[in-house]
Design a protein around this ligand. Structure first.
Ligand code: PHE
Length: 504
């Protein structure tokens, strides 16, 4: 069957950046930075980027490009017993991260609609107390993970709408669907974010917020929480360990500079997060100034941060509140959609590569099952489920996948073959110094750092259950999700329709 292909390198870059830059850069990055003391988060974040993020991204690009396959087949070609390592992430991302991710896009979509209504003279529904509105009226948040409460119809509707939109985009081959969508959405995203940052910086108190954001608190660096959040965030934000970058690189033409592409994607993504963080922290500064409290007391840290801080400022603007609200939430929706389609693409291409089923059937089934799964996150306990599942899938799932990818290549493959491939594909734009640094990172630095983070995380989670949730909920939702998808990936990899070569 004909595999899709990117029309140009720029198209690929836009799609890779489109996948990387998402809600994670604004919504997730900002609550993690806030929870971990602002400036103190940026140091482990930068360390994670250079020691693990960029090397693994180059590795994923190289594997996908060399094997010309989505993650499972690519892993199977490295070693036939390891195909499951390709299935596991695409399954737990597609039927784990994607499920709540689309619900969060739905929340932002609804906030966008509320703002649009305010543009035409309606009231902003959160005026008065955005935190109370978000938790009580909007989410109808329950007290414990197993008190599901009822499904919120508006959220369910918005979730259905976004699954439908993604189905529509992913039905086409990558150059017509994903690439075209990213070409329009990505530039728009840059313009909107810049407007928001400039606007945020002019607010009263913004300076104090930015100061807190950019001044590291060295004592925080002794806390394991800060480090594991930073590493988990680098994986989440760069979309590595997801199987996505492997699939995307497989659609590139034979000659292409993979290392440069990886550097550009990673740096643009992280610069974008840090830049967008300016807007969030100026906003926090503004709220602290208004309430006369410290920045760390302004709002509850957690996935609800963006839904409290921004609505608050939007409501307190002297004019054009609806318009600004609309633009802000539109930015998030666009960023989220370009990422969410990449998840569907990673799963779809894996299934098509293996079973040779038609794209429309695979995309449609994925979206229907995805929507049904998402609906569990639209109940009153949705936010709590999200928090737990997100913690386990990112801080364990993605990190274990990244670690195993490095080990797999080091154990079963001669890394020189990838060097050779990288330099051949880049037509000389790849130097020996690079070779050495990258090899060193994949062989030693990344595996060691990831093992330390993992052990430290396990120890911490045993000592104090994550987020103060009941242990049972953590086991069922967090570990259960990881184990369940692991089993399914084992089952998928046992169906062998074609002999898998060793990639030569
Ligand atoms: N990298 C994306 C972000 O930062 C996260 C993501 C991508 C999540 C693809 C799921 C799928 O938002």
């Amino acid at each position: 069957m004909q595999r899709g292909a990117w029309r140009s390198n720029t198209g690929f870059l836009l799609a890779a950046i489109g996948s990387a830059v998402g809600l994670g850069n604004i919504w997730r990055f900002s609550y993690l930075a806030y929870k971990n003391g602002g400036g103190s988060f940026l140091i482990p974040y930068a360390i994670a980027l250079f020691s693990v993020g960029i090397p693994i991204m180059i590795l994923e690009f190289a594997i996908g490009h060399k094997m010309r396959s989505s993650a499972p087949r690519a892993m199977g070609r490295v070693h036939r017993e390891w195909e499951w390592l390709g299935w596991w992430p695409v399954i737990f991302v597609g039927f784990g991260i994607a499920l709540y991710y689309v619900v969060v896009i739905g929340w932002f979509g609804l906030y966008m609609m509320y703002s649009a209504r305010a543009m035409f003279g309606g009231d902003l529904p959160w005026a008065g107390n955005p935190e109370v509105f978000f938790q009580q009226t909007f989410l109808n948040l329950s007290d414990a993970p197993f008190e599901l409460g009822s499904v919120q119809p508006a959220i369910l509707g918005a979730t259905a709408f976004f699954w439908f939109a993604m189905w529509f985009i992913c039905l086409r081959q990558v150059d017509k669907g994903v690439e075209r969508a990213c070409r329009v959405f990505m530039p728009l995203l840059v313009i909107l974010t810049t407007t928001l940052v400039i606007w945020g910086l002019t607010l009263d108190g913004a300076r104090e917020g930015v100061r807190q954001y950019l001044t590291p608190d060295w004592t925080k660096l002794g806390e394991v929480q800060v480090w594991r959040d930073a590493f988990g965030q680098i994986f989440f934000s760069l979309s590595i360990g997801f199987g996505i970058m492997i699939a995307y690189a497989s659609y590139l033409p034979e000659k292409t500079n993979l290392v440069r592409n990886a550097m550009i994607t990673a740096c643009v993504n992280c610069a974008y997060s840090v830049f967008a963080g300016l807007a969030v922290f100026s906003a926090l500064g503004f709220m602290a100034h208004k309430k006369g409290v410290g920045i760390d007391e302004v709002a509850a840290a957690g996935p609800g941060l963006c839904f409290v801080v921004y609505p608050e400022i939007i409501a307190s603007l002297p004019a054009l509140n609806g318009l600004f609200g609309f633009l802000f939430f539109l930015t998030l929706v666009l960023a989220g959609v370009t990422s969410a389609i990449s998840i569907i693409e990673a799963f779809t291409s894996a299934v098509i590569d293996k079973f040779h089923w038609g794209r429309p059937a695979v995309v449609s089934t994925t979206c229907i099952v995805g929507f049904l799964g998402s609906s569990m996150f639209t109940t009153g306990a949705g936010l709590l489920w999200l928090d737990i599942v997100d913690h386990f899938l990112n801080n364990y799932g993605l990190i274990v996948v990244g670690l195993l990818e490095c080990l797999l290549i080091v154990w079963y493959y001669r890394i020189e073959k990838l060097h050779f491939h990288l330099s051949d594909a880049s037509e000389g734009g790849y130097s020996r110094a690079w070779d050495m640094t990258w090899e060193w990172c994949i062989k030693f630095v990344a595996p060691m750092v990831l093992v330390v983070i993992l052990c430290w995380s396990v120890y911490e989670d045993f000592r104090t259950p994550y987020g103060g949730y009941p242990v049972q909920a953590l086991l069922v939702l967090g570990m259960g999700w990881l184990m369940g998808t692991f089993l399914v990936s084992g089952i998928f990899s046992t169906f062998s329709k074609e002999p898998i070569g060793d990639g030569e």
